[in-house]
Design a binder for this molecule. Structure first.
Ligand SMILES: *Cc1c(COP(=O)(O)O)cnc(C)c1O
Length: 745
């Protein structure tokens, strides 16, 4: 690791004093030992280095430097155990300072070489100490440069060097990655299949960091983690309660296990967003009534799975959900694909699976909790790296050997060690003060962006030269101050409070801005880092409005500007503020939205704004209006509500439907032959991203909501092929007609 030592000194680096001269010599001596000294003499510079330079491995702090206490405090909040050496003649320091510092240096009494040697030695120890267990073992092994006689056949990359194509690959990735791509037969690293050695240690470390009793590192994504849990927690023909807003991998889990699902249906709002499953739908009496009517369910439910947070950043009070569901099932699984950071910031207290503990939910009704996370989605890890966390309760004990037997069914016997290292490092990065610091940074940037968007509206209005700003952000318009009870507009709220107080982000029951029904106090929170930008044309309560700008056109414009959003709805765009966000990156987004609006206000030709897109003769404004009016006329929002108010009838379990599929007792039919058939596919339109048809479910009559809806989408896509709907499970033919896989009749 490259190592830097921060010097926070009372004098400038070129000062003509004995002290400065001596520190310059210390810096030169460090340089000879391969460590760089970064000299600051203003507190804001010291703070900027502490906040941004992760190669910091030590600090030389002058107690007389301006803001010395502030700098030390910042070090404490960002790093654990960073060696700090203090220069001072003072005898009595505040007690906490003694806890931060590693020792004192006396620049005018000790030699520069001695001081430099002492600090550099401490930085070496520090750089070694911070490594998590597996990554350390991998690195140590790498340092020994063993010859390998085992798989993978590239033997540390050497095989690639024998061909020009291989050489190009080798040069592209570099030797390191290939040297650490080792066979599972390397004993020094332990086994990820038996959870032994450094891998086992790394999993135990991750369990501590993420608050689990036991953690499994999962390769091949959170999709695999979901399949493992579903395959283990519910047996054939047993009943499972399944969030209808679930990822495909959970349908796979149901197929593999042979479970019989009862779906829990989330709320929707007028913007087309999926909300939470309301608490009343989790109530035991309500569930019993639905089970009594269920065409396939035969047993009491044994397992429930909930998506938390949703794609759009809605997170449950997980403790409350576990309490409610615990009345009906002994095992609750939270799919936290987008939520691995939740434990590391006070905003999300109680809102993630591993927060359900003996302390937060005492008593015999606490269920065993599983949480599955795509570590790679919102923490720093290689793609496909995921974790499965377990916190068992007495009523549904987890036998880890048996759980491991299921895990092995979904694992390769040749795991990729660099991926395991990245999981280990992701846990290491979240450990100690670093986790809250990194998540806090993302939250702070998101809050800045959210406030800037609202302020921009005010500034354009005051300026008066342009029509009003029309891009909104989906968030509470007001925030209530805790002391006074006064409500202040969102843009004027204290950003520090917005970044720290969950009360600012809770969906108050009945509030118009979110438009969801049936919520209770504190049940659901909007995660500030998942930002939904709202284009004109839809309202959370009223649905589609008379005038509007379809988000798909805005997204196409942004793409042309090099900005790719996470998800596009009819009138919404989702952007994520992850740990990879750099300060002010969002300025570019605001700039592009402003430019879009200028082009719209000036009614520029579409061919100029989006060359090669849409009808060549149109202007941007006319095109937006035409598309919006079509969306409105098709009444998609209302149709979606109908679909989810009355779910399709379940004819067969997902497992039985799958048997038909692999034995070719299914065919692809166009929409005009869909009526009365049983689906063999999962059909999902994003948004809302909730499956409208699962394998084994009836498509309903030709004039039913489902087929009417699919027809409307098909018509829209045929009119505007550049803006085609994001639909899975319906295949478009060359004519733009949808075809769905159904059972042969
Ligand atoms: C992405 C996702 C998954 C699957 O995770 P991968 O890591 O991509 O395999 C599971 N559940 C949800 C809700 C997701 O969004």
């Amino acid at each position: 690791m490259e190592r830097t030592v921060l010097a926070a000194i009372a004098e400038r680096p070129d000062a003509d004093t004995a002290l400065a001269e001596q520190v310059r010599r210390v810096g030169a001596a460090m340089g000879r030992l391969g460590v760089q000294l970064r000299w600051t003499y203003r507190v804001q510079d010291a703070l900027a280095v502490i906040g941004s330079d992760a190669s910091l491995a030590g600090m030389l702090a002058d107690w007389d430097a301006p803001g010395a206490e502030q700098s030390l405090d910042a070090v404490l909040r960002r790093f654990r155990g960073l060696p700090v050496f203090l220069m001072t003649a003072e005898q009595e320091l505040p007690l906490w300072v003694y806890e931060v510092i590693q020792g004192f240096v006396f620049p005018l009494e000790d030699t520069p070489d001695f001081i430099a040697g002492r600090i550099v030695h401490a930085t070496e120890e520090y750089a070694d100490r911070i490594l998590p267990p597996f990554f350390r073992a991998l690195r140590d092994l790498q340092d020994h440069h063993q010859y390998s006689w085992h798989t993978p056949a590239h033997a540390g990359g050497v095989a690639f060097l024998k061909s020009p194509v291989g050489r190009a690959f080798f040069d592209f990735y570099g030797e390191r990655l290939l040297r650490t791509d080792l066979s599972i037969s390397v004993p020094e690293l332990g086994s990820p299949l038996e959870h032994t050695g450094p891998v086992g240690e790394a999993e135990r470390n991750a369990a501590r960091v993420f608050g689990a009793e036991r953690t499994f590192f999962v390769m091949n994504g959170n999709a695999t983690a979901n399949r493992v849990v579903g395959h283990h927690a519910v047996a054939r023909d047993e009943t499972a309660l399944v969030d209808r807003n679930c990822h495909k991998s959970l349908q796979h889990a149901l197929t593999i296990s042979g479970a019989r699902p009862l779906y829990l249906v989330p709320e929707r709002n007028g913007l087309g967003l999926a909300g939470p499953i309301p608490p009343a739908a989790l109530d035991p009496a309500a569930l019993r009534a639905r089970l009594a009517d269920h065409p396939l369910a035969e047993t009491d439910p044994v397992y429930a799975v909930i998506t938390n947070s949703t794609y759009d950043g809605l997170c449950y009070d997980a403790v409350r959900v576990a309490e409610l569901l615990g009345e009906s099932v002994p095992r609750v699984h939270f799919d936290e694909a987008w939520f691995a950071y939740a434990r590391f910031h006070p905003l999300y207290a109680r809102r993630y699976g591993m927060a359900v503990t003996e302390e937060t939910l005492p008593g015999p009704r606490r269920p065993t909790v599983f949480a599955t996370q795509s570590t790679h989605k919102l923490l720093a890890a290689l793609s496909q790296s995921a974790m499965l966390h377990v916190r068992p309760a007495e009523r549904a004990p987890v036998d880890y050997e048996r759980l491991n037997a299921t895990y092995l069914m979904h694992c390769s016997t040749s795991p990729l060690y660099p991926m395991i290292a990245s999981l280990d490092v992701a846990a290491g990065m979240m450990d100690g003060p670093s986790g809250p610091y990194l998540v806090g940074e993302a939250v702070t940037e998101a809050v800045r962006f959210r406030q800037a968007m609202v302020r921009l509206a005010g500034r354009i209005r005051e300026d008066g030269r342009r029509p009003d700003w029309y891009f909104g952000v989906w968030q509470p318009p007001h925030v209530t101050e805790p002391g006074t009870g006064r409500t202040v507009p969102f843009a004027e709220a204290d950003p520090v409070r917005l970044a720290a107080d969950p009360a600012c982000w809770v969906l108050e029951p009945g509030a118009a801005w979110h438009g969801f029904q049936g919520l209770s106090d504190g049940y659901c929170l909007l995660d500030p880092v998942k930002v939904t930008i709202v284009c004109p044309g839809a309202d959370a309560v009223a649905g589609t409005l008379g005038w509007g700008i379809p988000a798909r056109i805005v997204a196409a414009y942004l793409r042309r500007r090099g900005i790719v959003v996470e998800k596009t709805g009819d009138h919404t765009l989702l952007v994520l503020f992850s740990m990879g966000i750099t300060k002010g990156k969002w300025g570019t987004l605001i700039d592009a939205l402003t430019d879009f609006k200028r082009a719209y206000d000036d009614d520029l030709p579409l061919a100029e704004v989006l060359p090669g897109f849409g009808p060549p003769a149109a202007t941007l404004r006319r095109f937006c209006t035409e598309v919006h009016e079509r969306l409105r006329a098709l009444g998609l929002g209302e149709l979606v509500n109908e679909i989810f108010t009355d779910l399709p009838e379940q004819v067969r379990t997902p497992a039985d439907s799958y048997q038909a599929l692999i034995r070719s007792r299914t065919e692809r039919v166009p929409l005009d032959r869909l009526a009365g058939s049983v689906s063999a596919a999962i059909v999902v339109v994003t948004p809302p991203g909730i499956p409208m048809l699962m394998p084994g479910e009836a498509a309903g009559p030709a004039d039913g909501p489902l087929i009417t809806y699919l027809r409307a989408l098909e018509e829209f896509d045929r009119c505007f092929p550049d803006l085609a709907t994001d639909i899975h499970g319906a295949h478009r033919d060359g004519d733009g007609r949808y075809h769905v896989e159904v059972e042969v009749r």
